[in-house]
Design a protein around this ligand. Structure first.
Ligand code: GDP
Ligand code: MN
Length: 380
């Protein structure tokens, strides 16, 4: 789960990483009063779940409340790479002397958290990695030993940060970032830029914070930070129903069991010259309710012109899925063509059930490729 900048900063604040005081606003008027409360110049920042807001015009300085209102009027409603801004974070403006970059993420290859630090902050880390890879210091933390203070010193010295006061503040921030990472079960904690003010204060000016979805059951307060409006309506509905669903932009709705099979189905649809409308995984189930839920989600997408069921029976029995499909068709009216390919455990029985009931819009095919071709044809 990705957090907004203001939410990540709230978690930073809790572990003691310095951040600026700010307020959330959803209207230009609210932004104006936020600026009044904060006093002095502020920065108005689009809250969207994507980076590069500065370049896209989503981060603007404002000298006074009237200007904060005007800048918010520009920013609210702005489309930043498909993310429409509905909220802005109004923060006390900082003076910047230096911009550094600090992050902690999972290195899956090494199976360890990985720190990265560079004095070349404020730009994309990918850009630095390409232009000047030697400027980035990397350091793994052994998850069993945990973070050790000497590691923070190694990072700071390695990056060439030689001011003693900066070092001291940075060492504390590095330790606290590790604490945030572990405490909140993060997958990524990134501070870009980590600034040094002209007065020598080091603080987090931005935050990118991703929490492991599988750990959310331990963090009710983070789960509550989820913004239902940041997810498209069908995905929201799917989540509520417990259906794995990813929206794509073609016109063939895909239902399969198991992520691997579903992914291959996307490929076969492409091979047949079509475009998948979504990615829907029934998982190990396939009982009537599961099929009804998935079909409800899929048919909620007006772009879907045909539906393809691709089921390989392993533990899942094809006859049970066939019963599920028939039960679903009894409970809900679906006029879209449905193509079914069943193979594996009890496939014959499953096909026989479908043939017996023979709903007019249901077509069975013997192989995955035949089924994909048929679904693509029917989606036209
Ligand atoms: P991003 O573009 O989405 O990564 O958004 P950031 O929060 O990193 O802001 C982009 C840039 O805006 C930063 O690199 C800064 O240069 C600038 N910026 C953000 N906040 C302030 C501020 O308080 N004062 C000043 N002077 N510049 C700021
Ligand atoms: Mn940034």
């Amino acid at each position: 789960m990705d957090l907004y900048e203001y939410q990540g900063k709230e978690l930073f604040r809790r572990v003691g990483i310095p951040v600026s005081d700010g307020r959330l606003a959803t209207t230009p008027e609210e932004a104006r009063s936020a600026a009044e409360e904060l006093g002095g110049p502020v920065v108005v920042k689009a809250q969207v779940l994507t980076g590069g807001r500065g370049k896209a015009g989503g981060v603007k300085l404002a000298a006074d409340p009237a200007e904060a209102e005007a800048r918010s009027r520009d920013i609210i409603g702005l489309d930043i790479r498909g993310h429409v801004v509905r909220k802005v974070w109004v923060e006390k403006a900082s003076d910047i002397a230096k911009e550094y970059y600090l992050s902690l993420t999972f290195d899956r290859g090494a199976k360890k958290p990985l720190f990265m630090l560079t004095r070349q902050g404020g730009v994309d880390i990918e850009e630095v990695a390409e232009r000047d890879p030697g400027a980035i210091v990397r350091l793994h933390v052994d998850p069993l030993e945990g973070f050790q203070p000497y590691q923070a010193r190694r990072l700071a010295f390695g990056a060439g940060i030689d001011d003693p006061s900066e070092q001291k503040q940075l060492l504390s921030i590095i330790g606290r970032l590790y604490e945030a990472f572990v405490t909140f079960d993060a997958m990524l904690c990134e501070i870009n830029p980590l600034i040094v003010t002209p007065a020598g204060e080091v603080k987090a000016l931005d935050s990118k914070f991703t929490v492991d979805d599988n750990a959310l059951y331990k963090h009710a307060e983070i789960e509550e930070m989820r913004d239902p409006e940041s997810v498209p309506p069908e995905e929201r509905k799917a989540r509520e129903m417990g259906v794995t669903y990813v929206k794509l932009d073609g016109d063939v709705g895909i239902l399969g069991n198991g992520a691997g099979l579903v992914m291959s189905t996307l490929d076969v649809i492409a091979l047949a010259g079509g475009r998948p409308a979504n990615f829907c995984d029934l998982g190990g189930g396939g009982d009537a309710q599961g099929v009804v839920d998935a079909l409800e989600v899929i048919t909620g997408d007006p772009q879907v012109k045909a539906i393809l069921f691709n089921i390989f029976g392993g533990i899942t029995r094809c006859d049970e899925v066939a019963r599920g499909i028939l039960a679903a068709l009894e409970r809900m009216t679906i006029e879209l063509p449905i193509v079914v390919r069943l193979d594996g455990t009890n496939a014959d029985e499953g096909r026989r059930l479908l043939a017996q009931a023979a709903p007019p819009n249901l077509h069975t095919e013997p192989t995955m490729l035949d089924a994909a071709r048929r679904a693509v044809e029917l989606s036209r």
